[in-house]
Design a protein around this ligand. Sequence first.
Ligand code: GDP
Ligand code: MG
Length: 180
Amino acid sequence: NGMQSLKEHLYKVLVIGDLGVGKTSIIRRYVHQTYSSNYRATIGVDFALKVLNWDSETVRLQLWDIAGQERFGNMTRVYYREAMGAFIVFDVTRPTTFEAVLKWKEDLDSKLMLANGQSIATVLLANKCDQGRELTNSGIKMDQFCKEHGFIGWFEISAKENLNINEAANFLVKHIMATE
Ligand code: GDP
Ligand code: MG
């Protein structure tokens, strides 16, 4: 009918990382604008949809939230399928969760790649920055870490204080759209 149809994009985005790093809290904050300090572990997989107006286009981000215990099993292969991007999350108050970041990255890259053979766009999230900045204090080292290990970038965020989550998501979406 002559009307220009607006372009829509649907992106599956994974949110992975160790148990308790704040994956579910980040998604709730980002999608539902809520936060609770009551800890309740995710069972299996959860989904949430965030709709963004991107210039004159629509981006639907389908966020996949997996339970931390399921890592590195056969389960993750199914779960990763057809994802376009990922957040790997660690908790700035628990160094072991930062050490686990590389295991998550390896698990992801070994099980999933884009049609062009590249690994999917992955952003590193240092969550709970409301609790302190010791781990990520030196921005240069984190930049270096990202470069060495194939992260497109990193953000200090807080689901509790609602810091930097939108910025991190926009950064990932921008990157996916540019390379789609
Ligand atoms: P998940 O297992 O990775 O999904 O982690 P949850 O989202 O369930 O969060 C684990 C615990 O960390 C909960 O008690 C949250 O309230 C808490 N938490 C999550 N994000 C933050 C944050 O940004 N700051 C602080 N201080 N606590 C957080
Ligand atoms: Mg959870």
